[in-house]
Design a protein around this ligand. Structure first.
Ligand SMILES: Nc1ncnc2c1ncn2[C@@H]1O[C@H](COP(=O)(O)OP(=O)(O)OP(=O)(O)O)[C@@H](O)[C@H]1O
Ligand SMILES: [Mg+2]
Length: 282
């Protein structure tokens, strides 16, 4: 079994969901950019599954963490990959001492405990794995475990959230229409400039003028998508750059290692991006 599961508010998936309430003292910082908080709250109240679409590093995961805290639900995160099987989600019999014992997978744990179950990069999972989610995302809200004969009804508060980056491997991987139409889809993108400045300041504790200059630089770099840059600089990269600057790394060096170098190996593109850094920080 190759599986990446993370549970917040507890040491393990099981530990996290023993109590229905999240115990996280500090709310995960999230600055709303539009009406996504209200929409998510209504989806939660109406038992609707949610799909978050958007480029890497634009705040999808942080948003889910924040909403789980806000709604006081445990959060179980599953990073999807093409080896992920239905059993990895649902559970399996394991040999313990002289007998076999059923072990719930993270999806089943979330169902029983009314957690928010977040499947990150869901398009990476195989169709036969994703299809397991179907009965949970319509009126049935239940999961039949063939191996044990159990039919589990989702506990109140259970919500399925998936995310993916539509730009990434768009041609190779997509969700089936029958899967897509089970979700309310929220489009994410990089925050508007003023919000992005606030976020970078809050996350890095760097001064406002430098954060504003970084965000201005990022906006220019993002136009490089037209010139062949596969992934444009994310809010995550801006935060990393600002953190380095705030800890004493010279601005241009920080931009070089944290903002430009992660984006491309193409010497021409990298050179052009460095020129923009020089212009932004003369
Ligand atoms: N609206 C926001 N409020 C607060 N922080 C934000 C916001 N948007 C982005 N961030 C910052 O950007 C970082 C990256 O965001 P996050 O990890 O949520 O991206 P993601 O969309 O899940 O990316 P990926 O698709 O690669 O998983 C966060 O750690 C946070 O510092
Ligand atoms: Mg994420």
């Amino acid at each position: 079994m190759k599986q990446a599961v993370e549970a917040r508010s507890g040491a393990s998936a099981q530990g996290a969901v023993d109590g229905a309430r999240s115990t996280s003292p500090a709310p995960p910082y999230y600055l709303p950019c539009a009406d996504e908080v209200q929409l998510f709250e209504q989806c939660h109240a109406n038992q609707l599954a949610v799909m978050l679409k958007g480029p890497t590093g634009c705040g999808k995961t942080r948003f889910v963490e924040h909403m789980a805290w806000r709604l006081q639900r445990p959060l179980i995160t599953i990073s999807c990959h093409d080896d992920l099987s239905a059993s990895d989600l649902i559970g399996r019999f394991l040999i313990q001492h002289d007998r076999t014992q059923w072990n719930d997978g993270p999806l089943t744990t979330a169902l029983r405990s009314g957690a928010i179950c977040y499947l990150d990069e869901v398009v990476e999972a195989r169709q036969d794995t994703i299809v397991v989610l179907h009965s949970l995302t319509d009126h049935r809200r239940s999961l039949a475990i063939e191996k044990t004969g159990e039919l589990i009804h989702a506990a109140p508060g259970f919500q399925l959230v998936v995310s993916y980056n539509p730009g990434y491997q768009r041609m190779l991987k997509d969700l089936k229409p029958s899967t897509r139409q089970r979700f309310v889809a929220l489009d994410f993108n990089f925050p508007p400039a003023q919000q992005e400045i606030e976020i970078v300041m809050q996350e890095s504790q760097l001064d406002r003028p430098t954060c504003a200059a970084l965000v201005g630089l990022a906006e220019k770099l993002r136009s490089f998508a037209d010139r062949g840059l596969a992934e444009v600089p994310s809010t995550r990269l801006l935060v990393a750059t600002a953190m380095l600057i705030a800890r004493g790394i010279p601005v241009k060096r920080a931009c070089q290692v944290a903002l430009v170098a992660p984006l491309s190996d193409d010497a021409t593109l990298v050179g052009a991006m460095h020129d923009l850094v020089d212009l932004s920080f003369p």
